[in-house]
Write a protein that binds this ligand. Structure first.
Ligand code: SF4
Length: 350
């Protein structure tokens, strides 16, 4: 029988058949250090017979998380360096992150904000802090887009989301509100009419970026939840992290991107994994990532091509890190490489 609530402790992991009894004590050291939650939907998706199951790898705590490497850091993308008031990250001129909540329905083992999210994390923003964050947005007319992230903003009640959206709706210069979430995949039943109405309450153009990393996450229920958002006029884009043992395979990536497009979700970002503490077992090299992304070219439709990006540590923003397909040869001439790896002169001679 399926669990009715998230799995959070080492005992529950053992009882659910996700951790071997002999490993309980070791896993307890991980659950003490980092938040754990596996929603019933995700627990049901895990194949217990497959020791390398890509869904389990994303959510079931692993002793490897206790290994920290020197280049890893608590705030890998440098949010703290760009936070003028609590709950706001203002890294780029025309947009801000609004971090209203630091709780998630699941905790990803590779999370870039793993030091901030979870029961011991920063929790939900206090009412006075939310007032100050919204006042900051209202005072900065250059802010065109507000990105609600966290944590997962869709864990907030529809009433709370409605209230935040109405307040953003009253700010003229804000034209776009974007949510980053895993909810349609990990808790699809939460996307009901009330939640959809709350997300539309600002009257602004609303985007939802769905975080998923393996094609099996795009279940019929996840696709139906996404359809409820899209049919209501919300635009959806995807966000994935390139992860060793999950999706570091061109065929898996192609299937994931196709699953997004079939769901009417435009592939947007494919992140190189961040230098979050205890996540070195997920990281592949930039060259490996570039080769995987290059393999998507020609293999799948242009609609299925995400942008491969790296968040520069220290808060310096994102950089596109896909391999270049063009090299300058001087005199206005170039060598261009096609998707088969063949080189061509541009402009062609003769
Ligand atoms: S849902 Fe996002 S913020 Fe939450 S644990 Fe996963 S990656 Fe981190």
């Amino acid at each position: 029988m399926s669990a009715q609530r998230p799995i959070r402790t080492e005992r529950e992991l053992v009882d659910a058949g996700l951790v071997a009894p002999a490993a309980e004590e070791a896993v307890a050291r991980v659950t003490l250090r980092y938040a754990v939650a596996i929603s019933p939907t995700i627990a049901d998706l895990i194949d217990r017979q497959d020791t390398g199951d890509p869904i389990a790898r994303q959510f079931v705590p692993d002793i490897a998380e206790l290994t920290q490497t020197p280049e890893e850091r608590a705030d890998p993308i440098g949010d703290g360096a760009h936070s003028p008031v609590s709950g706001i990250v203002h890294r780029y001129p025309d947009r801000v992150l609004l971090k209203a909540v630091h709780v998630c329905p699941v905790y990803c083992r590779f999370c870039f904000r793993r030091e901030m999210v979870g029961p011991q994390g920063l929790g939900t923003i206090a009412p006075a802090e939310l007032d100050a964050a919204i006042a900051y947005i209202a005072e900065h007319s250059e802010i065109w887009e507000v990105i609600l992230t966290g944590g997962d903003p869709l864990v907030l009640s529809p009433r709370r989301l409605h209230e935040i959206m109405e307040r953003l709706g009253a700010i003229d210069h804000v034209k776009i509100v974007r949510f980053h979430t895993r909810v349609p995949v990990v808790e699809p039943g939460r996307v009901d009419a009330e939640l959809v109405q709350a997300l539309k309450a600002s009257g602004k153009t609303t985007y939802v970026a769905l975080h998923a990393n393996h094609p099996r996450e795009l279940t019929p229920q996840a696709r139906a939840a996404s359809a409820r958002l899209i049919d209501a006029g919300i635009v959806m884009v995807s966000q994935s992290v390139l992860l060793k043992g999950v999706n570091d395979d061109a065929a898996v990536l192609a299937e994931l991107m196709r699953a997004f497009v079939e769901t009417r979700i435009k592939p947007y970002y494919l992140h190189h994994p961040d230098l979050a503490p205890g996540t070195s077992h997920f990281r592949l090299t930039i060259e490996e990532g570039q080769a995987l992304v290059a393999a998507l070219r020609g293999r799948v439709s242009g609609l299925c091509q995400p942008t491969y990006i790296l968040d520069i540590p220290g808060g310096h923003g994102k950089a596109v890190v896909g391999a270049s397909t063009i090299a300058a040869e001087g005199g206005g001439c170039y060598t261009v490489t096609d998707f088969r790896g063949n080189e061509h002169a541009y402009p062609p001679s003769g």
